[in-house]
Write a protein that binds this ligand. Structure first.
Ligand code: GRG
Length: 301
């Protein structure tokens, strides 16, 4: 019998196939000028990411009754914003990493200036993908664009979280749980929450159910970050496909550095139960969402 983790892996694979096909049509071809820029975005977008955010968005959208084809351009847009954030996060001025998904990072392969432009381009292409989606009414597209802009930006989105994280560097051991949670709800959580909300927006879910699914996704976002921090401590560079042990080196305020590995695991477990409790309040089928949260709890990369 298939385990929950195998079922979740199946969901991710299915979402990857659909979203990769859509990305292929939405991204400029690598032979189109300026070829170096287009090669750079494709290098990063097709480097083998898990496609977790698109998979979550598709699972939520389908659970609320949306047809799959209405979900795909927005799912691709989420992955473009995610890929841009990783390209910029790997830059020398940020995390300064040379390895991502087992491959050289964008700036190592194409140079720093092109990597900055590749991130910028992915961001504009993401909003264009939603604006030009012929399967969605304009009112839904405006809601999606607004949701994504808030989640990727500031004061409560990813860019804000990245700045707060930079400001907290060197504070391992002295930061409060509330502040750490605030950083990660912005940096990692906002895009995960937006993935769930975009699925609900496209399916035109009611306000209360949308809010509950967003609450579920906020816990999922924190589990995602806590497990990411734990993997940085417990796994090797080879398994992760990115440099392990970097957080400790930079004296970053992470869950294990502030609370220890054991307590960080307990915190992930507490968010797991709260995510489950939110799912129990929903009237939609939640099997796929349960499988995704278990996958994130158990992941090794
Ligand atoms: C530079 C604007 C800007 C933002 C950067 C997301 C982010 C903000 C930085 C990434 C740093 C990091 C490792 C955060 C932990 C959580 C995270 C986003 C991990 C990578 O996401 P996965 O595991 O990656 O979904 P794949 O490779 O599967 O796509």
């Amino acid at each position: 019998m298939e385990t929950t983790i195998e079922k979740a892996a199946g969901l991710l694979e299915e979402a990857s196939a659909l979203v990769n096909e859509r990305l292929e049509t939405l991204l400029p071809s690598a032979t189109e000028e300026p070829t170096r820029l287009h090669e750079a975005i494709r290098h990063s977008v097709f480097a083998g990411g898990k496609r977790f955010r698109p998979a979550l968005m598709i699972a939520v959208g389908k659970a609320f009754g949306s047809a799959a084809d209405k979900l795909l351009s927005t799912a691709a847009a989420l992955e473009m914003i995610h890929a841009y954030s990783l390209i910029h996060d790997d830059l020398p001025a940020m995390d300064d990493d040379s390895l991502r998904r087992g491959k050289p990072t964008c700036h190592v392969e194409f140079g720093e200036a092109t990597a900055i432009l590749a991130g910028d381009l992915l961001q504009t292409l993401a909003f264009k993908a939603i604006a030009e989606d012929a399967t969605l009414p304009d009112a839904i597209k405006v809601k999606l664009i607004s949701e994504l802009a808030a989640a990727a930006g500031s004061p409560s989105g990813m860019v804000a979280g990245q700045q707060l994280d930079l400001d907290a560097e060197g504070s391992a051991g002295i930061i409060e749980e509330e502040e750490l949670e605030r950083i990660h709800l912005c940096k990692t959580g906002a895009m995960i929450r937006a993935s769930a909300r975009c699925g609900a927006i496209i399916a035109e879910a009611g306000d209360e159910e949308s809010e509950t699914v967003a609450e579920f996704a906020s816990h999922l976002g924190l589990i995602f970050q806590i497990t990411d921090d734990l993997l940085d401590v417990t796994e090797t560079t080879e398994t992760l496909g990115k440099t392990a042990g970097k957080d400790a080196e930079a004296l970053k305020a992470t869950y294990p550095s502030v609370f220890g590995v054991h307590e960080a695991r307990n915190m992930a477990m507490s968010h797991y139960w709260r995510a489950n409790e939110a799912l129990e309040r929903l009237s939609i089928p939640t099997t796929d969402l349960l499988e995704l949260v278990e996958f994130i709890m158990m992941r090794d990369k």
